[in-house]
Design a protein around this ligand. Structure first.
Ligand code: GAP
Length: 550
């Protein structure tokens, strides 16, 4: 079946269609044509995303046992939480490096007026009857090759059956590296939406932070502010406040879930790259000497979290960054990646990054913007010898009462995207299979095999018919269950159709009240994944399902 074939665009299309049809995810402002890179969560999607965030918060923060040493951790540790503002003092972004460095390279097409991320463009040389052009595509994965064929066919003015006449020189290569190597000039490049070559502009930097103005009399440079592109900085801003008010001691972590904003040049792949999204971030503060061990702990802990919630192991990848990929401050970084269906076979997309950030963040906010020089982090200065961006001057070091030592803690940062995680769990849960209908004939079904903790609804209570006292019994069971977990009552349509609706919503258990219920006070418990149907005493249902959810 199609779910067994990874990296399949048509499968992705069916997932997007289900997400819309069943009210998981809608395009923002859809009645006005939508807004690229912005998404709304519908009733089922809201519940799914909330369950995901609550699972993260419970497993990382609220349910964390501060007295025990978890497997793989060097020692016990404390966890606490924050909820910071989206707009912060502009100096935050100057010292963090986002103001100067948080940019992508973009190119514009003078003809089509479309804009592309330079690093997303790739192309290949095509020739036909002495004419030669470098055909550029903005498509990725398996769509890229066929797109260049269509583009070349149009450029050379060929009919479909003449496509074979095109001579291709080599495979697809990134445009940026080809231009840098002198193998392609932009004048020879046929843009992804252009009719003639030479319409792509030179690449230029584009800062991804959304800008806004503060106050009624906004206008001057002093009013300029930014929507946060990550939640992490709010945590560094409050490091001292948390230390002074909550009696935590190193090692400890501060967690935050919240909205972040990035003015992505080319939002794409459903919610994967959005302009407004939610992050779930932890800044974990530890002694420098222990930081490598804590980095390994968090990398493995976060990897296990996705597996425990049911992501298919074969579709998940833990990738340590090579030295050339590391940020200028990072000592080590690993990405947890998922084989999303919109990617080509063998490609993975980032779900979460776990970074060893050393003392870069706290020092930046004390001293000012730092740069790495000869292997050391030093204050960046301007031509006048003054700091390029001044820090707060506040002391963000930590004093250890036991060892009587003062030091700047090192930071391990597990940084996850809530929307990307929802998308991965949706893609992973999506299955198409066959089930017997009421007459025993095979019927194809679409089912979301979501982990019960994530499922928007945990159970559906269905009276077999709307008479003979069945609805009354079912409503009573519904009320008893609803007090404990999200569930729904449904009496509309055949029981087969009602099962199908719940399968598409990812509801793990259906409880059917039938004639036998009235005689022996048992209901049929149908399991979404195994399709097993067992009779269970009605009074045992609330405890049974509560237990299964734990
Ligand atoms: N504080 C570190 C940080 O923000 P990041 O790798 O830029 O690191 C962390 O972002 C996570 O946030 C990513 O792994 C991804 O899950 C999510 N994320 C980043 N940009 C996103 C976007 N444009 N749309 C959706 N999620 C995004």
């Amino acid at each position: 079946m199609s779910q067994d074939k990874p990296n399949d665009q048509s499968r992705m299309d069916r997932i997007v269609s289900l997400a819309k049809r069943r009210g998981f995810i809608f395009q923002s402002s859809e009645i006005y044509g939508g807004l690229n890179g912005f998404w709304d969560y519908g009733p089922l999607g809201t519940a799914l995303k909330r369950n995901l965030k609550e699972s993260w918060w419970h497993d990382m923060v609220a349910g964390h046992d501060e007295l025990a040493t978890p497997p793989g951790a060097p020692t016990p540790y404390e966890m606490t939480g924050l909820d910071c503002t989206i707009i912060m003092h502009p100096q935050v972004w100057k010292c963090s490096g986002h103001f100067d460095l948080f940019h992508d390279w973009l190119v514009d097409c003078r003809e089509s007026k479309r804009r592309y991320r330079y690093d997303h463009l790739q192309g290949r040389w095509a020739a036909h009857r002495g004419k030669r052009v470098f055909v550029v595509t903005d498509q990725s994965g398996e769509d890229a090759g066929p797109h260049t064929v269509t583009r070349a066919q149009k450029f050379f003015g060929l009919r479909a059956k003449q496509v074979e006449e095109i001579e291709w020189e080599g495979g697809l290569v990134p445009l940026a590296t080809s231009v840098a190597a002198g193998a392609v000039a932009l004048a020879e490049a046929l843009g992804p939406d252009a009719a003639a070559p030479g319409t792509l502009t030179e690449p230029r930097e584009f800062n991804l932070m959304f800008e806004t103005r503060i106050g009624a009399l906004a206008g001057g440079d002093d009013d300029r502010a930014f929507l946060r592109p990550e939640t992490a900085q709010g945590i560094f801003m409050n490091f001292k406040n948390v230390l002074d008010t909550s009696r935590v001691s190193v090692p400890f972590g501060i967690a935050q879930i919240g909205k972040s904003f990035r003015n992505e040049i080319t939002p794409r792949n459903f919610t994967f790259r959005s302009r407004e999204f939610e992050q779930m971030e932890i800044e974990f503060f530890c002694r420098p000497a222990d930081s490598a061990a804590w980095y390994r702990y968090w990398r493995d802990r976060r990897w296990k979290w996705y597996l425990d919630l049911g992501l298919t192991p074969g579709k998940l990848q833990l990738r340590e960054h090579g030295a050339d990929e590391l940020s200028h401050y990072s000592v080590g970084t690993a990405d947890i990646e998922y084989a999303f269906p919109f990617l080509a076979a063998g490609e993975f997309g980032e779900l979460e990054g776990i970074a060893h950030r050393g003392d870069f963040d706290l020092r930046s906010h004390m001293e000012g913007k730092l740069v790495r020089r000869d292997g050391a982090l030093v204050l960046e200065t301007g031509p006048d010898g003054k700091p390029r961006h001044r820090g707060s001057g506040k002391d963000l070091s930590y004093f250890d009462d036991v060892t009587r030592e003062r030091f700047v803690p090192h930071v391990i940062e597990p940084s996850a995207g809530a929307d990307r995680a929802v998308l991965a769990f949706l893609c992973d849960a999506y299955h198409e299979d066959e089930v017997p209908d009421e007459e025993g004939k095979p019927r194809s079904r679409t089912v979301l095999k979501l982990h019960p903790r994530l499922a928007p609804l945990k159970a559906a209570i269905l009276p077999l018919v709307k008479k003979d006292g069945m609805p009354e019994v079912a409503v009573d069971l519904y009320r008893r269950l609803k007090a404990r977990m999200p569930c729904m009552y449904d009496e509309k349509g055949s029981v087969g159709r009602r099962y199908a609706r719940q399968d598409e919503a990812g509801t793990p258990w259906c409880l059917t009240v039938d004639g036998q219920t009235l005689a022996d006070k048992t209901v049929t418990l149908r399991d979404r994944d195994s399709l097993a149907q067992t009779r269970v005493p009605i009074d045992e249902i609330p405890d049974l399902l509560t237990g299964r959810l734990r």
